[in-house]
Design a protein around this ligand. Structure first.
Ligand code: F3S
Ligand code: F3S
Length: 113
């Protein structure tokens, strides 16, 4: 079980969530951040920190956000565009720094309205 970041984070990237995560498992793409499901300890500390309510438990993903829940895992499990290998579980965002690349879902995402 893990927490996931949804569409509301795209192009907002407030980053307050990163400060709350005790295991540093929130990684930064180009337009959005992603929670590593293999490293998240399901503590819930990040959820109230987000000013746009982009974070939820994967057991309570809001309507229309299921695509983004799966996409959090995809960011780590499959090679990102332009990369040969998947990120996997690198042990913390402080180790990797900004990843700077998004999944195809996020890089092509256009907010409704
Ligand atoms: Fe981190 Fe806990 Fe959220 S482990 S990603 S702060 S649920
Ligand atoms: Fe994004 Fe909210 Fe974190 S906007 S970076 S999920 S605090």
């Amino acid at each position: 079980m893990a927490y996931v970041i949804g569409a509301a984070c795209v192009d907002v990237m407030d980053r307050s969530c990163m400060d709350e995560c005790p295991v540093d498992c929130i990684y930064e793409g180009q337009r959005k951040l992603y929670i590593n499901p293999a490293e998240c300890i399901d503590c819930g500390a990040c959820e109230p920190a987000c000013p746009v309510s982009a974070i939820s438990s994967d057991r309570k993903v809001p309507a229309g956000q299921a695509l983004f829940a799966d996409d959090n895992a995809r960011f780590f499990d499959l090679p990102l565009p332009g990369r040969a290998e998947a990120i996997g579980a690198p042990g913390g965002a402080a180790e990797t720094g900004t990843i700077g690349v998004d999944t195809e879902l996020v890089s092509g995402y256009e907010a409704a309205g």
